[in-house]
Write a protein that binds this ligand. Sequence first.
Ligand code: ARG
Length: 461
Amino acid sequence: MKRKKPWGGRFGAETHGQVEAFTASIHFDLRLAPHDITGSIAHARMLGKCGILSRAEVEAIVTGLGEIREEIARGEFRTDPALEDIHMHIERRLTEKIGQAGGKLHTGRSRNDQVALDLRLYLREAIGQIRDRIRTLQAALVAKAEVHLGTVMPGYTHLQRAQPILLAHHLLAYFEMFQRDRERLADCLARVNVLPLGAGALAGTTLPIDRAYAARLLNFPKIAANSEDAVADRDFAVEFLACGAILAMHISRLAEELVLWATAEFGFIELPDAFATGSSMMPQKKNPDVAELARGKAGRVYGALLALLTVLKGLPLSYNRDLQEDKEPVFEAVDTIQQTLDVLSPMLGAIKFHTERMRSAAADGFLNATDLAEYLVTKGVPFREAHETVGRIVRECLESRQRLEDVPLPRLRHFSRAFEADVLKYIRLEACVERRRSAGGTNSRLVGEAIRRAKRALRLP
Ligand code: ARG
C-alpha cells in the first residue's frame, strides 16, 4: 500500500521502491522509540505552555504517545520502510489514534533537531548503563585483589620477568584504567547533555517556543547555543565512541593477560569451566574463547569510531542525510561494550589463581637482582658499580644454574667486599615486595590502602 509522504504536497511522482529501501532507517532507529516519545511529550508540553497548542491537544498527544510507547514495548508496532524512520512512524500512528491533533505535534520542530535529541537521550542512558557495568568489573577486580594481598607474582616489562609484585597490585592497575574510563564517560556526558530541540530544521522557528522550558522537562542543564550547530553536531557521539574505544582497549589488554595466564607456559590461572570452551577435534583442550573474543571485540568499537569520524569529515553545515549513518556505529559500540562487560565480570570473579605457581615464577629469573644492587647502594657502593657487580653475579648464576639467594656469602664477597651477612634476608622475595614503599608502589600496606580507596570510589562497604 502506498502512503502519502509528509512532503507529498510538492511531489508529482511516488518514491521509487529502491529509494525507500535505501533511505529507510526504521530497521535500526526503532530502538530510539522510547526516547523519541519522551522528547515528543516534552515538546508537546512546551508548545502547550507557550499557548501554541491547547490544553486538550497536549493531553490528547501525551496520552496517545503513552499508548504508542506501550504498543512498541509489547512488540505490537508495525513498521513500514515507506515511513522511513522512527519519527514518522510514531507521528503517523499518533494521527491514526487521535486525529488532527497528532498533526500538530511537529509544530516548530524538524526531524533534524528531533533526531539529534533522540540520540542524545539514548546516549545519556547508555553511558549510565556502561558506567554501572564498568563499576561491576572494577568491584570484581577489587574483590580478587583483597583475596590476593599476599600473593607474590612476577611483574613484567617487555614480557620478561622484571621485579616481584603483589597480584593485588597488578589487579589494581586495571582498576585504575577502568576508573579513568568511568571518569571519561562522565566528562563526555557533559557534552551529551545539551538540548538541540528548538533548532528546527537549521535556523530556529518563527513560533514563540521556550527552549529552556523543554530543557528543564528533559533534564538538560544546557541548550545548544546555535541552531545550525545543534542539528549538525555529532561531536558528542564521536566523543562517546572515543571513550568506548579506550575502554575496549583496556578490556582487550586485560583479556590478553587472561589468555596468556591460562597457557601451560604461564599456568597462572585456571579458567572456570563455565567460561571456557572445548575443541571439536582435540579432546584435551580448554580454550579461553571468552577472553579472546573480549580481546577481539575492540576491533568493532574502533571501527565504529572511525566510521563516524569519516561520515562527519567534510560535511557542510548544517543537517545532511549522511548524519543518519551516525546511529548504527553508536549502537554497535554500545552493544559490544555492554555484552563484553557482562561476561567479563562474572568470569573474572570465577577465575582461580595458581598462587604457588605465580610465586615460583617470581622466585625464578633473578627478579631480586635490582634489590641486590640496591643493597650494595645502601652500603655506599655507587649504583652504576653495583649494577655491574650484580650483572656479573647473575652471569655466573646462569652458568651454575643457581639463584642469587643460593650464592654463599664468601662467593658474594669475592665480587664485592660490601656484602655482609644481612644480604640473604634483604633479597627474599617478600622483602623485595615490601621494600617498594614509594607512593604507588607494591608494598602490601600501600596496596591495602589502595584497596580501601578503590572500595570507597566504588562505594563498597
Ligand atoms: N532518519 C533521519 C536521521 O536519522 C532523520 C532526520 C531526517 N531529516 C531529513 N531532513 N531527511 O538523520
